[in-house]
Design a binder for this molecule. Structure first.
Ligand code: ADP
Ligand code: UDP
Length: 237
């Protein structure tokens, strides 16, 4: 498959057309942003880590029966994916309180939930990705009720699969963000990425943060944390 013109440059990835209209190539950058683009920086080596981690995890999810956009890793930073029409919702699953949840509801970071939670944000940078419930999403025709049900089912299944995998690596899966899209025939599949940019991952023994919070919160050791989490994945995949 040949890489054609760039379709889009996002905050963390570039997206290219290919000679086949059903497929795209995504290229992972080292650029990092936080707080809706307000904070900008780079994390050396992040693009390679996020590309490989996302691909290994999506392969695993496919094996467990969750359809994804993943097709083939072509080099350290680039991957062929199935082209989807993105459902403009950020789907967030939480096992433990952290980040915006802790802030919004006054719950201490680290509070372990009775059961996992799901929430949606409207994927709209201008509006700052506001929280949105399923009724709003359906009313705005962002997704049908059936698509919402499928997305919820897959998102919780992803959580179970990833919790299990990360636990074997000595890592606690605190929360994460997923994006889903529709193939040309309407099939809903998991898209975008699963990486330390989009998940909170804590060392199970020490609760040390091994994810993008180190960048968001100026904690230092960002590159080392990305390298450490990738090492754990490689040892257990
Ligand atoms: P952002 O747009 O938030 O800055 P990125 O830098 O990660 O994010 O850009 C990647 C873009 O590609 C995102 O808008 C994402 O929704 C979109 N995307 C991810 N996977 C696919 C896919 N399989 N088909 C089409 N678009 C995709
Ligand atoms: N997240 C993400 N992209 C976003 C917002 C959140 O990948 O635009 C991820 C984030 O890394 C975390 C989870 O979703 O793993 C929950 O994030 P939260 O709502 O707590 O927001 P934050 O504290 O990052 O603002």
């Amino acid at each position: 498959m040949t890489k054609k013109e760039q379709l889009y440059e996002g905050k963390a990835k570039k997206v290219f057309k290919t000679d086949d209209p059903e497929f795209l190539i995504v290229s992972y950058k080292d650029d990092a942003t936080a707080f809706n683009g307000l904070k900008k920086g780079t994390i050396a080596g992040k693009g390679v880590i996020n590309n490989k981690m996302s691909n290994r995890l999506m392969e695993r999810l496919e094996k467990s029966g969750i359809p994804t956009h993943y097709v083939e890793e072509i080099n350290d930073r680039e991957t062929i994916v199935k082209k989807v029409s993105i459902v403009p919702l950020e789907v967030i699953i939480r096992n433990i309180a952290a980040g915006s949840f802790s802030k919004r509801y006054g719950v201490e970071e680290g509070f372990v939930f009775e059961t996992p939670t799901i929430e949606f944000s409207y994927k709209n940078d201008e509006l700052g990705d506001p929280l949105m419930n399923a009724y709003h999403a359906i009313a705005m025709k962002l997704a049908t009720p059936e698509e919402i049900e499928t997305i919820k089912k897959y998102a919780f299944a992803v959580n179970e699969e990833l919790k299990k995998f990360w636990s074997g690596c000595g890592v606690t899966l605190v929360d994460f963000k997923l994006e889903f899209g529709k193939l040309s025939d309407g099939t809903v599949v998991l898209a975008d990425e699963i990486s330390p940019d989009t998940c909170r991952l804590w060392d199970s023994k020490t609760n040390e943060k091994l994810d993008k919070d180190r960048f968001r919160r100026d904690m230092g050791g960002v590159e080392d944390a990305y390298a450490e989490i990738m090492k754990r994945l490689n040892e257990h995949i």
